[in-house]
Design a protein around this ligand. Structure first.
Ligand SMILES: NC(=O)c1ccc[n+]([C@@H]2O[C@H](COP(=O)([O-])OP(=O)(O)OC[C@H]3O[C@@H](n4cnc5c(N)ncnc54)[C@H](OP(=O)(O)O)[C@@H]3O)[C@@H](O)[C@H]2O)c1
Length: 275
């Protein structure tokens, strides 16, 4: 969730009241302002820290005068980034820390040393990754004593790579939680690198309309239910900052979504039925 000013604080409070328990951050979100604002909410809400899970990430570094945009999974960068997140959030510990992107120059042993330092100092409880392929996941896992708990990847009606590239299979096999970023892209707004034609969009919209009526809900909540149906236990990261939408998203959990409608929506997305 991106948070800005008072609207951001209202969004966080709406999420807490609606029962959300995990809040996803990264050192780069809002250039650090998202974590700072969240830290203010924590300070203004005694007891809140103990009720929620705080997750943050790093390795993405933006270009500046002397350096190109890059990923940095060096021990120094991971540790200093986590220290920055803790300071901005005003907390002693992150419940989860994720490697935000697979660094082409990732040395798994070095990341393991960083994780060990963070765990033994109590600054991070558990670890995970984001946007990792199955082999990148295996590589990092092979250097770690504890299981990685999360792989946060883009999964939505437009980007179904995780259904086919083994990520969801790996999650299911190892009991890793797949977190879905941009879960309603392609439905509520065009996805990154949108490849849907007008014809695709019309077909998907028509099916979503039928299903929204059938389940007495809204099209974007069908898109969330479609993710929730997957047996790997996808956890959609809801990015809305609108309190009504934040509350509404929870109702997707109550949709008794059928296998048949899951495949109908896949068929509408693909424009062809499964073989
Ligand atoms: N690991 C990664 O590489 C990565 C990459 C991207 C994102 N993320 C994480 O994933 C989270 C979720 O991604 P996201 O923010 O793109 O999530 P999202 O939930 O797919 O999209 C949220 C956006 O959709 C809008 N929206 C929600 N419902 C809508 C509706 N019914 N109609 C029209 N617009 C609607 C929201 O606007 P309002 O705010 O106005 O409601 C907001 O701008 C992020 O906040 C971030 O924490 C991670």
């Amino acid at each position: 969730m991106r948070i800005e000013g008072d609207a951001g604080k209202r969004a966080v409070r709406a999420a807490v009241d609606a029962g959300y328990t995990l809040f996803d951050h990264a050192d780069i979100y809002g250039g650090g302002t998202c974590e700072t604002l969240f830290g203010e909410v924590l300070r203004e809400s005694p007891g809140l820290r103990e009720k929620i899970l705080l997750q943050s990430k790093c390795v993405v570094r933006f270009a500046d005068d002397s350096s190109p945009a890059r990923y940095d999974s060096s021990r120094e960068h991971i540790i200093s980034s986590v220290n920055g997140s803790l300071a901005r959030l005003g907390v002693e510990q992150l419940d989860l820390f994720l490697v935000h992107r697979p660094d082409y120059l990732m040395n798994a042993e070095e990341v393991a040393v960083a994780f060990d330092t963070l765990k033994s100092s109590g600054k991070v409880a558990r670890f995970g990754v984001s946007n990792f392929s199955t082999s990148q996941f295996d590589l990092l896992q092979s250097a770690l004593p504890d299981p990685l708990l999360v792989n946060q990847v883009e999964i939505n009606l437009h980007n179904i790579d995780a259904l086919n590239n083994g990520v969801l299979d790996q999650c299911q096999r190892l009991g890793i939680t797949p977190q879905a970023w941009c879960p309603i892209a392609g439905v509520a707004y065009p996805a990154w690198g949108n490849t849907f034609t007008d014809e695709d969009t019309a077909r998907i919209r028509a099916e979503l309309e039928i299903q929204s009526e059938k389940y007495n809900t809204e099209d974007w909540l069908i898109a969330v239910a479609w993710l929730l149906k997957h047996p790997a236990g996808i956890s959609p990261i809801i990015g809305s900052t609108t309190p009504d939408r934040i509350r509404a998203a929870v109702t997707a959990l109550d949709i008794d979504y059928s296998r048949e409608d899951w495949y109908r929506l896949l068929e509408a997305r693909n424009g062809v039925s499964v073989p």
